[in-house]
Design a protein around this ligand. Structure first.
Ligand SMILES: [Zn+2]
Length: 300
């Protein structure tokens, strides 16, 4: 994908005109003025134009017409805080780069260069599984129609054709999570699913790799919310070089839905995050005085 000069094991802008018929809860984006992230029932509020990062030619954030984008089903989608059923794409390894502003980031969020997902790494060739039940929208290098680009991808595709550059893109899997949200996994060595295939949380979808612009094997995991009304800008030099649109639908922090995400952010350990989440969910047996051995089980 976008081959930008980023020093970290970072992502490439996975662009995306998010909306296709295959994803009923995400519909074609309309241009507009970026608004604040909305919760169900909230009316998007127009935000101030994004401040260019060292480049006055950066255009303001585009607006997303929430009605046009999400359609009538958007109010049926769960809020981020109530999402269930997510699991880690890899069970061990480290969080090598969180969802945050970073030097060299390929996206622009609120005027700062930004990393639009979570990078996690274990070892090259490690099995990577679906984080949630869903339906595969894209698998391989033809994924840009599914990853939230706002605008015409024609010039970008033409450039890839002319330069025979499709092979430079990362292997990516995009999955409609069936709840209005959409998961994106990037940099696979190889993928093991096909578009249209139904998957369960835990289904093998490919193997960890470093395809595309990556300094080492890792998984870049991104997440789209059906309630998002904000956009991320694309770094101007990338727009000029790759001929991609100037904006994508903003993504949300995947650690909000992955079990023990707060622990992962603090410790950078996926195993510790999983253990902490399991401990929090496990029944705790409490033997009370006078109960004569009758155990009471409760959840903490
Ligand atoms: Zn990344």
């Amino acid at each position: 994908m976008v081959v930008a000069a980023v020093a970290t094991a970072v992502s490439i802008p996975l662009v995306g005109a998010a909306l296709t018929p295959a994803a009923p809860q995400l519909q074609p984006l309309a241009g507009g003025v970026a608004g604040a992230i909305s919760e169900p029932g909230r009316t998007p509020v127009a935000a101030a134009p994004a401040v260019p990062v060292g480049d006055s030619r950066v255009s303001p954030a585009r607006a997303i017409d929430a009605d046009a984008r999400f359609g009538p089903n958007r109010r049926e989608a769960p809020t981020v805080s109530s999402l269930t059923g997510y699991r880690w794409p890899i069970p061990k390894g480290r969080i090598t780069l969180p969802f945050k502003a970073i030097p060299g980031g390929e996206w622009i969020n609120d005027g700062r260069l930004f990393h639009d997902g979570v990078d996690m790494a274990s070892f090259c060739g490690a099995p990577v599984v679906a984080a949630h039940d869903g339906v595969v929208l894209a698998a391989g290098r033809r994924f840009d129609d599914q990853v939230g680009w706002i605008g015409d991808l024609g010039p970008y595709y033409h450039r890839l054709d002319v330069h025979h550059a499709w092979g430079n893109l990362p292997n990516v899997v995009v999955i409609d999570d069936g709840n209005g949200y959409r998961s994106i996994y990037a940099h696979f060595r190889d993928v093991t699913v096909k578009p249209g295939q139904e998957v369960r949380a835990g289904t093998l979808i490919g193997h960890e790799g470093a395809t595309g612009h990556a300094s080492g094997c890792h998984v870049h995991y991104g997440l789209f919310s059906p309630y998002e009304t904000k956009t991320f800008g694309v770094r101007p030099d990338i727009v000029r070089r790759m001929k991609v649109p100037t904006h994508e639908v903003a993504r949300i922090d995947p650690l909000l839905v992955l079990p023990g995400g707060d622990v992962a952010l603090r410790t950078r350990s996926i195993a510790k995050a999983i253990a902490a989440a399991a401990a929090a969910a496990a029944p705790v047996v409490i033997r009370e005085a006078g109960s004569f051995g009758a155990d009471q089980v409760r959840r903490r």
